[in-house]
Design a protein around this ligand. Structure first.
Ligand SMILES: [Fe+2]
Length: 287
């Protein structure tokens, strides 16, 4: 793959066709912000009052204390860099908010998500957390820079608030000192890096973008990233696997299965080849 270490900005596109999206960004592993196609985010269903009155039965336990959704929202609304709300606060968008996300269109990909196919055994795909809703507040940031687990692509759609996303291309992985067991997380604190401990991080080149409500960021598989919030934030993230990250996804799945179910890991290798070919044929017939 061509080196992406020197891209200095992320394209922002309006009116991008699905074909152009695949050709310009998915195939070449380049992030992009889509500024249209998520008009549903302006629905009155995504106001703080609506969420508090309709979903207060949802609860979250953080450090042994259980909070209702209203309490989580209050914490996020009063968050400051000095006194941050706990983050990430995530909910399963499909299970917990089915009225709003049940028919959420995968605005970038159409029907190409292999995670939704019956061909991909639930045993393998069940931990990929396909639709995650994040609540956050001013000063909140993802605790570590990481690439998304199992090598999925992500689409992040901003519903409320502004979110900075800081990204690094996959060819910069050596600068992040990933540990062997959790190799999608980096121990480097990118906001205050310890160059004595992680000297190679000096070479890392970030590319930053800010997401506004109604905008969607495509993060290709393997891109390191973290986020920072300026105000109350509501974001939905969707994981995606298609022909371009299939091998990466299955290789990551193999490593994970080898740790947790060593006797079954060989099945993943067979799955990668056999089911990968079936998907390719099926998708070629549709397109
Ligand atoms: Fe992520």
């Amino acid at each position: 793959m061509k080196s992406r270490a020197n891209i200095s900005k992320i394209d922002r596109c309006n009116g991008l066709s699905q074909k152009a999206f695949y050709n310009k960004y998915v195939k070449t592993s380049l992030p992009v912000v889509i500024t249209d196609k998520a008009e549903w985010t302006s629905s009155e269903k995504f106001t703080i009052d609506y969420l508090k009155s309709n979903y207060n039965h949802l609860s979250k336990t953080i450090d042994g204390k259980t909070y209702s959704l209203s309490e989580i929202i209050d914490l996020c609304q009063t968050s400051t860099p000095e006194n941050k709300a706990p983050y990430p606060n995530t909910y399963d968008a499909l299970r917990d908010f089915p009225e709003n996300f049940g028919d959420l269109p995968e605005i970038l990909y159409g029907k190409s998500n292999r995670l939704n196919s019956r061909l991909l055994s639930n045993f393998f795909a069940k931990h990929t957390n396909q639709h995650e809703l994040f609540f956050g507040g001013y000063g909140c940031s993802f605790p570590t820079v990481h690439f998304d687990w199992l090598g999925v692509h992500s689409q992040i759609t901003q519903i409320i608030g502004k979110k900075d996303v800081i990204l690094y291309s996959p060819d910069q992985t050596p600068y992040f000192y990933p540990d062997k067991r959790h190799h999608h997380h980096s121990p480097v604190n990118i906001l205050n890096p310890d160059y004595d401990k992680f000297p190679l991080f000096k070479n890392a080149k970030a590319v930053k973008t800010t997401l506004n409500p109604g905008e969607t960021l495509f993060i290709p598989a393997g891109w390191w990233h973290t986020t920072y919030m300026h105000d109350f934030n509501l974001t939905v993230a969707i994981s995606h696997v298609n022909s371009y990250n299939w091998n990466f996804f299955m290789d990551e799945l193999y490593l994970n299965t080898k740790i947790h179910y060593p006797k079954l890991a060989w099945m993943v290798k067979i799955y990668k080849v056999v089911v990968g070919k079936i998907f390719n044929v099926k998708e070629a017939l549709v397109n």
